[in-house]
Each structure stands twice: as structure tokens, then as C-alpha cells.
Design a protein around this ligand. Sequence first.
Ligand code: 5GP
Length: 189
Amino acid sequence: MDILKERILEYGTVVTDQVLNLNAILNHQVDPDLMMILGKQFADLFHNDGITKVLTIESSGIAPAFATAYDLGVPLIFARRKKTFITDQEALCERVPSFTKGIVTDIVVSRRYLSERDRVLIIDDIIANGDAARGLVRIVERSGASLAGVGIVVEKTFQEGAKTLRERGIRVESLVKIASLQGGHIRFA
Ligand code: 5GP
């Protein structure tokens, strides 16, 4: 994905050796044209997999997941970070450490929108240690739905998240792989 690499080099800033700031295109301001291109790419990768739902986690996964769901012609579900008591008692809930916030949050999906008849594609913006993706995988498993795979916009290969999912036999497709952020430089894999 040359266009994604170009945008990352143009707008991305290295915060630390571990963290890339993509606020200009993905995590705060969103580039809609770019999102539609990314969504089409994910949809093409999984177009033979009988996807019935795209699943992500609020908030930064929503834009690329929406574009993917739009292209596949299926609904998007975003796991909510639990903040209220309105969530129904039957909801699927998983506890997930947040990479950027350094806290643990509960992520919740209503059973109403995910069932054993569904085939699910998980989409997220960036993968680091894989806690968010693993939480979503557990929710899919507990719903009885089948998992087609995980699509990630930016995989940081120097962190273990995507690797551990692949070791479990889960198909993980990332559009761009970053091998290092050391010295303030973005080095693609
Ligand atoms: P993980 O659960 O894989 O450790 O982290 C994934 C989540 O943390 C993603 O949803 C993403 O929003 C956020 N995240 C992880 N690494 C980065 C990063 O380098 N930059 C930004 N902006 N967010 C990140």
C-alpha cells in the first residue's frame, strides 16, 4: 500500500520508539478518501470469506472498519468501551488493557448483533501488543460466530500482537508493517 506509506511518512510523527502518532489521518482527524481505499483493500482481501459482520473497537477502528463494511455491504459493529449502566446484562464483555492510555477498560458487544450465524472480520487501526484484537477475538468466540480473520491498518512488527494471533492460526492481514520507530525514524518492514 504505497499510498498509505506515503501518508504515514508525510503526516506521521514518532512519539517514542514504541508509539507512532497518526492523529492527522487516522486517530483524531480522519482522511475519508484514504479510509475508502483502505476499506476496499480489506474488502478485496476477504471478499471470498462470506463475511456477514465487520467488528471493531471504538474509537479509532471505526473509520477503516466502516469503509470495509461499506465495501463488503455488511453491517459494522463497534465494541463500546463500557461507561454506562445502559449496556444490557447479556452483553459480551471483555477486559482489555489500553496501549495508549495505560489503563484497563471493559469492551462490550451486545449479543443482539452477533450470533452463531455470523462470519466476522475484525478490523483495527494499529496493532501493538494485541490486547485489543485478542479481546475482540474472545468476543467473537463467545458469541458462537466464526472468525474469518483480522485486518489491521498499521502493524508494528517490533511488538508481538500480530505474531501471537498468527501463532494461534488466525489470519492477520496488515496493510502496512512498521519494523522500527527507533531514533525518530519510521522504518517499514
Ligand atoms: P494493542 O492492544 O495491540 O496493544 O494496541 C492497540 C490499540 O492501541 C489500537 O486500537 C490503537 O488505537 C492503539 N495503539 C497501539 N499502538 C499505537 C501507536 O503506536 N500509536 C497510536 N496512535 N495508537 C496506538
